[in-house]
Ligand binder design. Structure first.
Ligand code: ZN
Ligand code: ZN
Length: 303
């Protein structure tokens, strides 16, 4: 089971009752956080989720509303007695930016490992998460993230027998282990059927619509996309400031064939996002205005 919480839905600045856009996912005892603007640690506390299992923090870009809350998050993690290393993923320059922010949080009981993205498309596998980072189009270098949980095929007795796999290795191979014995290497594929459908969540914010979003969001169970502006007439602002309107997000959801769209990263001037959702539903039916703490639990399909 993968569960997730859209911690906040604001863009630019946190407001009373609207924290900045940030997403937290939990899978198999490991948490992954995407973005942490000012106040994200309070949103995590409001949700009641803990800081200690945060193993990965992905940053979309270096604008304050997406990273200025980092020192507070790191201090909250150290107050929760975390000692295991933390991995941070983000655009080139990440280590330098985090180092600067850490002037006010210099001593931490855990190490930070950095993965700086240098290619337009990069895949990272960590803690059971498959993280696909893809470049989008904002005023500064910015990445979107697809987070997938893969699901191996079913165990097939006949296949195991046909491939002469000794029975004592079956259960370990089924769990994904590769085993070497008596000069032969046994791969899980020798006992497993074709891979089954996994889970996929795509998160992208602070960007104009791009092909990379459509490609990466393809068939996502959930697509969380920025909608800085609700009114159609705001498209000029969206182009100028490199953001999106609700309708543009709806078109991306449709093109990518996702199951469900949540809008987020609302302009502080946008008071009632739900007011514009019917227009988006004309384009993509399964659209919802993201709300602070909107949560979802995703499970593998019954086979
Ligand atoms: Zn932003
Ligand atoms: Zn931005």
């Amino acid at each position: 089971m993968l569960d997730l919480c859209l911690l906040g839905t604001g863009g630019m600045m946190p407001l009373p009752y609207r924290w900045l856009t940030s997403l937290m996912l939990r899978y198999n005892g490991s948490s992954l956080l995407i973005d942490c603007g000012e106040g994200t640690q309070i949103a995590i506390r409001e949700k009641g989720w803990s800081f200690r299992p945060i193993d990965i923090i992905c940053i979309t870009h270096f604008h304050g509303d997406h990273i200025s809350g980092l020192p507070g998050i790191l201090l909250a993690m150290s107050n929760s007695d975390r000692t295991e290393p933390l991995t941070m993923i983000g655009p080139k320059g990440l280590e330098r930016v985090v180092k600067a922010l850490r002037v006010i949080a210099p001593e931490l009981p855990f190490e930070i490992k950095f993965i700086e993205l240098t290619e337009p498309q990069q895949q990272i596998r960590l803690r059971g998460y498959v993280i696909d980072a893809f470049k989008v189009n904002h005023r500064v270098t910015c990445y979107g993230y697809s987070i997938s949980i893969e699901r191996a095929g079913m165990f097939e007795v006949d296949k195991a027998k046909q491939n002469d796999v000794p029975m004592r290795f079956w259960s370990r191979l089924q769990k994904g282990e590769t085993i070497e014995s008596d000069g032969r290497v046994y791969f899980p594929e020798l006992v497993l059927g074709p891979a089954r459908k996994g889970l996929k969540v795509t998160y992208t914010t602070d960007t104009r619509p791009t092909d990379s979003i459509v490609r990466n969001a393809k068939d996502s169970d959930l697509f969380i996309c920025e909608g800085m502006y609700g009114e159609k007439g705001d498209v000029n602002n969206a182009v100028k400031y490199k953001h999106m309107t609700f309708e543009e997000a709806g078109r991306l959801a449709k093109q990518a064939g996702v199951k469900e769209l949540w809008l987020t990263h609302y302009s502080p001037a946008l008071n009632r996002p739900e007011q514009y959702i019917e227009d988006v539903r004309q384009i993509f039916q399964n659209s919802y205005p993201g709300k602070d703490k909107k949560s979802l639990e995703l499970n593998f399909e019954e086979s």
